[in-house]
Design a protein around this ligand. Structure first.
Ligand SMILES: Cc1cc2nc3c(=O)[nH]c(=O)nc-3n(C[C@H](O)[C@H](O)[C@H](O)COP(=O)(O)OP(=O)(O)OC[C@H]3O[C@@H](n4cnc5c(N)ncnc54)[C@H](O)[C@@H]3O)c2cc1C
Length: 414
């Protein structure tokens, strides 16, 4: 347990990927610092759990832009296995319920949509306004958006979406030992005070005063890494308020993506690392990764409104929905081979309240406004602050390091 009463020079709020990266950059630089974390664990939306002997990533799982992702280098330096096999996304296993022809037509519909976004973007900046009216694959395009952004296309800024796509290297690798486990391991040894949600930041005085249910502490500079919903709904309040930050955070809500892990009996008759989409004609459908790393399980992924509905209805309803979609593809007997292992509910997780950020139409510039420092002593980091790598664990890390450097420059060493 870190020293609560020391009133450090720099406080980092939040011990997710951004906060940990900030803490590591601050360490050994001659300034006292403390990471204050609301929950009782390190990692935030990076969270690996061990179930039935398997490390399962409840949050981030893919090293996106893996060939330029700094977490890849961290994993390699630690001697961890990095699985470089390409993802199975976009290829329907055995063409079940989705013929080759249909898969080609759906892929072409996405490409044509992407061309319209780039070549003739609607003035609204609203991605859904670039859909073909009554397009045969519009539901499929929306479902894809819910997996990528956690929200349907009518909530998505085109400018923001293209900034990400243009920066994406296209390499997506995985860590069999868990992405969350890697990120948490890099936080080992950092001074973290757990179970201390910062509720109010008083900026009247020469030192910033942070109030938590555990008591108050003060700091010369702070790095705020909390997810955007926590800045919007009073989870963390500034006094006097920072209206610009509030507006920026509201422009960058977290979309919702949830995972459900299902144990699969007699798994060997399915090819490892393959994938099916439940119903390519529906917006409200799951994507199912079959036997990831050859393991005897199926990782179901739900996004947007469908994820919200299933979260509200509960884990049993999500498992029943997945079993029904999979039985529709593999036959009725298939459902009996499935058993729920773990499920997420990121929308109702008290200190996340969603999965990853997207910009609302016309609000892409909010990322820079969210990231801008205040009074030369309040610095912001976290995935939502990244202009082009938002929504990812590597984007979070890079913003954390930048904020730490800025805080070091603001607080002269002894
Ligand atoms: C289902 C799912 C799948 C994902 N898949 C991928 C993927 O494949 N690849 C990828 O790169 N990314 C993925 N992501 C996104 C990735 O996990 C996040 O972008 C990243 O982990 C965010 O890091 P962060 O530090 O910005 O925020 P967080 O991890 O949310 O860290 C913020 C921390 O602040 C704490 N906190 C909140 N409020 C307070 C308060 N008031 N006081 C103190 N502490 C507070 C929280 O508890 C948390 O620990 C996924 C996320 C989810 C949910």
């Amino acid at each position: 347990m870190a020293h609560w009463h020391s009133n450090p020079e720099i406080v980092v709020i939040g011990a997710g990927a951004a906060g940990i990266a900030a803490g590591r950059r601050l360490a050994g630089r001659g300034r006292s610092f403390l990471i204050v974390e609301a929950s009782d664990r390190i990692g935030g939306r990076a969270h690996t759990v061990e179930v039935a002997g398997m490390p399962l990533d409840l949050g981030c799982g893919w090293l996106h832009s893996a060939d330029r992702n700094p977490w890849t280098r961290t994993a390699e330096a630690a001697g961890l296995t990095v699985d470089r096999s390409p993802p199975a996304w976009g290829r329907q296993y055995r063409d079940l319920g989705f013929s080759r022809e249909e898969q080609r037509a759906a892929a072409e519909a996405w490409e044509a949509f992407d061309r319209r976004l780039r070549e003739s973007p609607p003035p609204s900046d609203r991605a859904s306004d670039a859909l073909e009216p009554h397009g045969a694959w519009n539901a499929y395009l929306n479902a894809r958006s819910t997996y990528v952004s956690g929200a349907e296309l009518d909530r998505i800024s085109i400018q923001d979406m293209l900034a990400y796509d243009d920066a994406d290297s296209g390499a997506n690798w995985r860590l069999p030992g868990g992405y969350g486990a890697l990120i948490a391991a890099t936080g080992c040894g950092l001074p973290v005070a757990f179970g201390a949600p910062v509720e109010r930041i008083d900026r009247h005085g020469a030192r910033l005063r942070l109030e938590t249910p555990k008591g108050a502490l003060s700091a010369q500079a702070i790095i705020v890494t909390v997810p955007t919903p926590l800045l919007c709904d009073g989870g963390l309040r500034f006094d006097p308020p920072l209206h610009d930050k509030l507006e920026a955070a509201e422009s960058l809500p977290l979309g919702l993506a949830d995972k459900l892990f299902l144990a699969l009996d007699d798994a060997e008759d399915l090819a490892p690392d393959s994938q099916v989409i439940g119903n390519p004609r529906s917006q409200a459908t799951g994507s199912y990764y079959l036997r990831p790393f050859g393991r005897p399980l199926i990782e179901a992924f739900f996004g947007g409104e469908q994820a919200r509905t299933l979260e509200t209805e509960g884990e049993a309803a999500a498992a029943a929905f997945a079993a029904e979609e999979l039985a529709g593809l593999f036959g009725n007997a298939f459902a009996r081979r499935l058993r729920p292992l773990a499920a997420t509910a990121w929308g109702s997780a008290a200190f996340s309240r969603g999965s990853y950020s997207h910009a609302l139409p016309g609000r892409a510039e909010a990322r820079e406004r969210l990231a801008a420092p205040v009074e030369g002593r309040i610095f912001f980091a976290g995935e939502a602050c990244s202009r082009a790598d938002y929504s990812t664990a590597h984007g979070a890390r890079v913003t954390g390091i930048a904020a730490a450097e800025a805080a070091l420059a603001a607080v002269p060493g002894q």
